[in-house]
Design a protein around this ligand. Structure first.
Ligand SMILES: [Zn+2]
Length: 429
């Protein structure tokens, strides 16, 4: 239970800082900080961290800003608790994905940081400059209200999340010693509800399936499909064959909806085999397509491993290939995992989940909502480093990476309140 007077004072302190919080988010959004390998300019991440640094310092946090690569600096705000409380890490990234064609931003420009109807618009407002700013203002409000956390609090504002450069961002910050007894990744955690507490996320694997055909002149198509035609003796369309494998994987996905579960994921069918690219044939050679490949993104449950899931899919395709004379002789090549991201899982019985639930009840006056998140984030890497981790933050994932990305100002305030209450409950004051 959080003391009623502390609660009132802290929530009021956050409300009193509303304008400053909004200003910080707008300032951050107005700096294009696209992940460098897709951007023209590489210094955006650093410039955002230079905007946050004085705000951290203005409320009494120590700061550590260091360059990991030329033009790319991480920032950590540090509160050294003097009372032997539990320590807490709040983590967020300042890089963003490219905005796409500016004309698709029909409400406000991608770097405008414009406020319309209580929402701040721009690339990164939800994912996730808003979350980083809310974490800073949670500390600012606590200190303004006169409360000093007993445990250490670290706010990591890192580079390189969107392209999984953990070595440069979160991984580098952990290695530099900014570790704690528990961590909150401040990524947007709605849906299903505003600021739901995510205690798990799926893992991700990228897979390629290559199916071979047999090239022949395009005029031979009838030989392939006509009853009594000479079929494979003449040619085989890799596109026709790839769709057989596609159907087989669709079946497996359907099966996963029944067989793959995790207690944090209430809705069924969350773990999927998602075909993202199909490529085959060549208009210039005017031949029956000799090769076709499919790329899949696979979301698997936190209790499974990338290797286990890869074996399962390979076995499924191999079994299916036995049912087709061509595929039996020319088995599809499955390349997996080409790329993978770790899942994370923190038992809802863990003290950090309980502390977050207590804090959430104090802010929203209703039972806390604990849930599995649909996406991977740096939470996977922090959990791998042995730190119990949750994901909770302002904004809606549906808005992230899309056009007209925006974050609700009320969400920012509520996130700052929630983080402040978690610090009270977890670190002590
Ligand atoms: Zn993000």
């Amino acid at each position: 239970m959080i003391d009623a007077k502390v609660r009132t004072n802290v929530l009021r302190a956050v409300d009193s800082l509303k304008d400053e919080l909004v200003q910080l988010v707008c300032d951050m959004v107005r700096i294009p900080s696209v992940t460098p390998d897709t951007a023209v300019e590489i210094s955006g991440e650093t410039r955002v961290n230079h905007v946050i640094k004085p705000v951290m310092e203005s409320c009494g946090l120590e700061t550590d800003l260091w360059e990991v690569e030329k033009g790319r600096a991480n920032l950590v705000g540090i509160w050294r608790g003097k009372g032997r409380g539990r320590s807490l890490l709040l983590n967020g990234h300042v890089d963003v994905v490219p905005p796409g064609p500016p004309e698709k931003w029909t409400v406000a420009g991608p770097w405008s940081g414009e406020i319309i109807d209580g929402k701040i618009y721009g690339r990164g407002s939800t994912d996730m400059k808003g979350g980083v700013a809310a974490a800073v203002f949670a500390m600012k409000a606590l200190l303004k209200a006169g409360y000093r956390p007993k445990g250490d609090v670290f706010i990591q504002s890192v580079v390189g999340e969107e392209h999984h450069e953990t070595y440069a961002g979160t991984g580098a910050a952990l290695q530099r010693g900014y570790r704690a007894d528990a961590a909150i990744v401040c990524e947007p955690s709605s849906p299903p509800h505003r600021l739901s507490i995510n205690t798990a996320s799926p893992g991700l694997v990228v897979m390629h399936v290559k199916v071979k055909g047999k090239a022949a002149h395009i005029s031979m198509r009838d030989e392939l499909i006509r009853p009594g035609g000479r079929g494979a003796a003449v040619g085989v369309s890799a596109i026709d064959k790839v769709f057989l494998v596609y159907q087989a994987l669709l079946k497996l996905e359907e099966e996963w909806g029944q067989t793959k579960h995790h207690p944090a994921f209430i809705r069924p069918g969350h773990f999927v085999l998602f075909p993202t690219v199909i490529q085959g044939g060549d208009i210039l050679t005017a031949s029956i397509p000799e090769e076709c490949t499919m790329m899949y993104i696979i979301w698997y449950p936190p209790q499974d491993t990338a290797e286990g899931v890869a074996e399962e899919i390979q076995a499924h395709i191999a079994r299916f290939a036995q049912t087709d004379p061509w595929l039996r002789e020319n088995p599809p090549e499955v390349c997996v995992p080409l790329f993978s991201l770790p899942p994370f899982e923190t038992s809802q019985e863990e003290p950090i989940c309980k502390a977050a639930a207590t804090a959430s009840e104090a802010v929203f006056n209703r039972p806390a909502i604990l849930y599995g998140s649909g996406y991977t984030s740096d939470a996977g890497f922090i959990r791998q480093a042995g730190i119990p981790t949750i994901v909770v933050g302002p904004g809606n994932v549906e808005s992230a990476h899309g056009f007209n990305e925006c974050v609700d100002i009320q969400d920012l305030l509520d996130a700052a309140k929630l983080y402040a209450m978690i610090i009270v409950e977890w670190c002590g004051i």
